[in-house]
Design a protein around this ligand. Structure first.
Ligand code: PLP
Length: 459
């Protein structure tokens, strides 16, 4: 490799060339990427990222739903540096512990819903999911019901990309690759009212979709079902916000049949929906929660499973040794950054800010786009939103996938300075929790412009 001047202006082509030759990207069609070259991101400032050509973009995705405090927060950098100087690594295996992970566990327990106060650390959302899957089944073994092994999840859910995450997730195309997948996992339809709920009110549809979980439990036999897993809002599936009737009914059903309920809070956790966790926004209390991403504002990898009293007590009393854990479970530097993230969130009252101020401002701002011919519906709460693109509003008609409506809107938006994501024809937005009112105004303006340009092409 030749020497690269990392600070050189316009170094994009050099990086793209190396990238093409050596780098396999996650969730990427490499052939298609190689034809155009990757966008190389070199710096972050506040809510903006800067690419290798010096182009600045407002980051409407907070990285990948994670950089909740924005870029270049000195406190987080210092927390990592201080911890790396004091103790860069020590594990939490075999009767030892490092102090940042103990402190972090206690701090997380202060913000989780009542009872979810035992914390198991991992490094990614996928690992947290894998942990929760094993724990759910291990719980029933410890409870003397080892035949309760089945896990129920929803179509179009995303729970990570390890074999366990892919098996649990409901992403159809993804599930076709790299099988066979794990057994004893069943899927039920998602609570996507705008896309699938014609003929029913939103509330009726929420109940109907929850009751499909009940049907599945009865079909499998309650004595064989370990847990139901779900994201409070399906993020990677296109920001599918369930009707408000959905989660309380799912919780009621899980309690009725003695099935554990696991909330995958990897995206919704840490303030994104205007509560510490998405389950609080939607009014249910799970037995376990997975979390990652916003936990360290994405600065270092860390994830966790928060375990409720019933499960924790059973595992502690009857489980014996749990043969599970990762070398970097509770990595001291990542844990120190997560503690510093919590400090900032609490000192700056960011959860309250999302709930009372910037969240409603963002949601109201986006809803001014409802007059646009391409915008069928906008779903969202706090600082997460999904925009459904339509060919026509009445009768409601969606674009053929060949029209690539979502990709077009996304590309125009990026070209005009705003980074957002397209999931099919649903536009996904999840900006940093520290985004300013002016930046929200900017993003609404750029999204409208991108919609106009797309309309001119395919309307
Ligand atoms: N669960 C949910 C809800 C997610 O959105 C994600 C990632 O986007 C994951 C799990 C997997 O997390 P990771 O990519 O850190 O493994």
């Amino acid at each position: 490799m030749n020497h690269i001047d990392k600070g050189a202006p316009n170094s994009q082509a050099i990086w793209q060339d190396l990238d093409r030759r050596h780098h396999l990207h996650p969730f990427t069609d490499t052939k298609a990427l190689n034809a155009k070259g990757a966008r190389i991101i070199t710096r972050g400032e506040g809510c903006h990222i800067v690419d290798a050509e010096g182009k600045k973009l407002l980051d409407g995705m907070a990285g990948l739903w994670c950089v909740n405090l924005g870029y270049n927060r000195k406190e987080l950098v210092e927390a990592a540096a201080n911890q790396l100087s004091a103790l860069p690594y020590y594990n939490n295996f075999f009767s030892t512990a490092n102090t940042p992970s103990v402190e972090l566990a206690a701090r997380i327990a202060e913000v989780t819903p009542e009872g979810l106060d035992h914390i198991f650390f991992a490094n990614s959302g996928s690992e947290a999911i894998d942990t929760a899957m094993r724990m759910a089944r291990f719980f029933w073994q410890a409870a003397g019901k080892p035949e309760k092994t089945w896990l129920i999840a929803r179509d179009n859910s995303y729970h990570g990309s390890t074999i366990a995450g892919t098996s649990l997730g409901g992403q159809k195309e993804m599930r076709k690759q790299g099988g066979p997948l794990l057994g004893d996992i069943a899927h039920v339809p998602q609570p996507y009212w705008y896309g699938e709920g014609d003929g029913m009110s939103e509330d009726e549809f929420g109940l109907a979709r929850a009751r499909l979980i009940e049907e599945k439990i009865l079909e499998l036999g309650p004595d064989r079902v370990a847990a139901v897993f779900g994201e409070p809002i399906q993020g990677a599936g296109g920001v599918i916000v369930p009707p408000k009737t959905y989660w309380p009914e799912v919780e009621r059903i899980c309690r009725k049949y003695d099935v554990l309920l696991v909330a995958d809070e990897v995206i919704c956790g840490f303030g994104r929906t205007g509560s510490w966790f998405g389950c609080q926004t939607f009014g249910f209390t799970p037995d376990m929660m997975t979390m990652a991403k916003g936990m360290s504002s994405g600065y270092l990898p860390i994830s966790a499973v928060a375990v409720g009293t019933r499960v924790a007590d059973m595992l502690i009393e009857n489980g014996g040794e749990f043969y599970h854990g990762f070398t970097y479970s509770g990595h001291p530097a990542s844990a120190a950054v997560a503690v510093a993230t919590l400090d900032i969130m609490q000192n700056e009252k960011l959860v309250e800010r999302v709930r009372d101020d910037i969240g409603p401002y963002f949601q109201n701002g986006l809803r001014t786009l409802l007059d646009h011919p391409l915008v069928g519906r906008i779903d969202g709460v706090g600082l997460i939103a999904g925009i459904a693109l339509v060919k026509s509003k009445a009768p409601k008609t969606f674009f053929d996938s060949a029209a690539k409506a979502g990709m077009r809107v996304r590309d125009h938006s990026i070209a005009n300075g705003f980074m957002m994501r397209a999931v099919g024809d649903r536009m996904a937005l999840s900006p940093p929790l520290v985004i300013s009112h002016e930046e929200v105004d900017d993003l609404v303006r750029i999204v409208r412009q991108a919609l106009d340009l797309t309309l001119a092409e395919i309307g």
